[in-house]
Design a protein around this ligand. Sequence first.
Ligand SMILES: [Zn+2]
Length: 92
Amino acid sequence: MPTALSDGRNLSEIMEDVSRIEARLFLVAFGMQARRTLKPEVAQPLLDYIDKRLKELSQVAICEICNVGEITEEHCKLVCPNCGHARDCSDP
Ligand SMILES: [Zn+2]
């Protein structure tokens, strides 16, 4: 996930990452608790929802080149729909 801290980023970008990380941590912790404490048939729809949200959260990243496009991941390529900037998802 995009969490690179550098001086080139402004505070609001960094705060956006922070809230995304917070949301992920919360969802993961909530899912673990649901697995432990709820009956499987009750927990399953919750876990499905959590999975879906985690996928969404991990996919949304703003392009570092144009700062407009929301990067989407396609076959291990991160592509900006706005400026076309692409990089491999194995890049740091
Ligand atoms: Zn872009």
